[in-house]
Ligand binder design. Structure first.
Ligand SMILES: NC(=O)c1ccc[n+]([C@@H]2O[C@H](COP(=O)([O-])OP(=O)(O)OC[C@H]3O[C@@H](n4cnc5c(N)ncnc54)[C@H](O)[C@@H]3O)[C@@H](O)[C@H]2O)c1
Length: 420
């Protein structure tokens, strides 16, 4: 059995480059190929793979062509392309491509129907799957579970977790377009924080879907980017009109889970925003059980630098210091290894090990589908102004075809847009 999984990247943008940095740090994966709508970016990424000694990084003209030359395909392209890309992969498999598995970045789908279609397509082609939810692989999150294992065993599992991911807003126009991305910050980053809450509440030694979701209560709002002066920034920078098709820049909610063995009810609160006015990306997670607690704050780095006004002209690329950095002077947080901190290294190692052994990754697409269901239920709750009962068969049925108003481009019906 080969000890290295040869992966082909679809997309050569922001996350593809982050993943390349992660793969440089592990042993069982190679960047064998790349295909992208922007060939120059694909060429640059391929060259970087070769220079780093982590694969041939050959550029292909299509997914179908690349599928015949790699062991696995990783979907690192925008959300609205998932189904069409997966259909192309299935066609290649039917045409003889010997793929072991397929990796998909979050979110698996913009809604439940799309995510379910992805699961069906992977099943039809007999492909193993990995749903890339990097935050579950974050070493701080894993380490607190290992460190608190004796307390969890003696006192019982955690009963409350709060998880948030926030920054000042995404880097590409399609993220701001709710019809292409799937919504606003709840679709984009709520999926991370909801997954973290579920996982951190899960008793030790139990699988990620062990706790049963019972109910979701959520709110969404447009607090910053709907104001006239900020709408003008979006219009100028990305050609996006939030007066016509707004999406939420703030989302929060509570999900209740039931332990099927003990009957205990536990809760996870999530908060996400694209209007975070601090140094850059912040992941904040805390949780507690009887007599113990943990807290993770990614803005509390062991490295800080200070750049005064007199020296500010000579600043290095601020985003090299921290993802979504918003400042280049003053006291700045610097991370020496964000790819590892956020869990990208370990999610790649897990997927490679799983596919090489002929099984799904720790988080498969069925898990991704469940996360999409919870995100969709959160939109439903916010739109309808009520708690969504996930144990109700009628609600479960409704969620299967539910497309949130914001995703339909009808955000004006649920979000407050200040007239100019
Ligand atoms: N896990 C995380 O923290 C995280 C962070 C960022 C993005 N993501 C996810 O990764 C995915 C990509 O996001 P991104 O930030 O890299 O976006 P991006 O816009 O920076 O890059 C997208 C890439 O896909 C390529 N592309 C577009 N259309 C294509 C097509 N038809 N065929 C082939 N390639 C095409 C683009 O040219 C570009 O190279 C999204 O699903 C996003 O949700 C995850």
């Amino acid at each position: 059995m080969s000890s290295t999984l040869r992966v082909g990247f679809v997309g050569a943008g922001f996350i593809a480059n982050f993943q390349l940095e992660a793969i440089r740090q592990i042993r069982n994966m190679e960047v064998a190929g790349v295909t992208s709508r922007t060939p120059a970016h694909a060429e640059a990424l391929g060259a970087q793979a070769r220079e780093s000694g982590i694969g041939a990084g050959r550029v292909y003209g299509s997914i179908g062509e690349m599928a015949h030359a790699v062991d696995a395909i990783a979907l690192y392209a925008p959300n609205y392309l998932r189904v069409a890309m997966m259909e192309e992969i299935v066609a290649a498999v039917n045409d003889g491509a010997a793929l072991k598995g397929v990796i998909c970045e979050k979110p698996l789908g913009r809604n439940v129907a799309e995510a379910r279609r992805l699961v069906e397509l992977a099943d039809a082609a007999n492909l193993h799957t990995a749903y890339f939810e990097n935050q579950l692989f974050m070493k701080p999150l894993r380490t607190q579970r290992a460190q608190l294992a004796p307390q969890m065993r003696a006192m019982g599992p955690p009963s409350l977790v709060r998880s948030s991911e926030e920054h000042g807003g995404p880097h590409e126009a399609w993220f701001w377009d709710p019809t292409r991305q799937g919504g606003g910050v709840l679709s984009d980053m709520g999926c991370h924080s909801i997954a973290v809450g579920w996982y951190a509440l899960t008793p030790l030694d139990k699988p990620p879907l062990f706790l049963e979701p019972v109910s979701v209560t959520a709110e969404v709002a447009l607090l910053k980017w709907g104001l006239p002066q900020w709408r003008a920034v979006l219009q100028e920078q990305f050609g996006i009109d939030y007066a016509q098709t707004p999406a939420e820049d703030f989302a929060t909610g509570v999900i209740t889970y039931r332990n099927p063995e003990s009957g205990q009810l536990v809760k996870a609160q999530f908060t996400n925003s694209w209007m975070f006015e601090k140094q850059g990306l912040r992941l904040l997670m805390d949780g507690m059980g009887p007599g113990y607690a943990f807290e993770v704050n990614t803005l509390a780095s062991s490295l800080q630098v200070f750049i005064g006004d007199a020296a500010a002209d000579a600043i290095a690329d601020a985003e090299k210091a921290l993802e979504k950095s918003t400042a280049s002077r003053g006291l700045l947080t610097v991370h020496h290894n964000e790819a590892d901190l956020y869990g990208y290294t370990d999610e790649n190692a897990d997927a490679a090990e799983a596919f090489l052994a002929g099984r799904d990754a720790m988080l498969d697409w069925r898990y991704g589908l469940e996360i999409t269901r919870l995100v969709t239920a959160a939109y439903m709750s916010a739109e309808q102004g009520r708690t969504v009962d996930l144990t109700d068969a009628a609600v479960q049925h409704e969620l299967e075809s539910y497309v949130p108003l914001i995703q339909q481009g009808r955000g004006r019906e649920v979000l407050h847009v200040v007239e100019a």
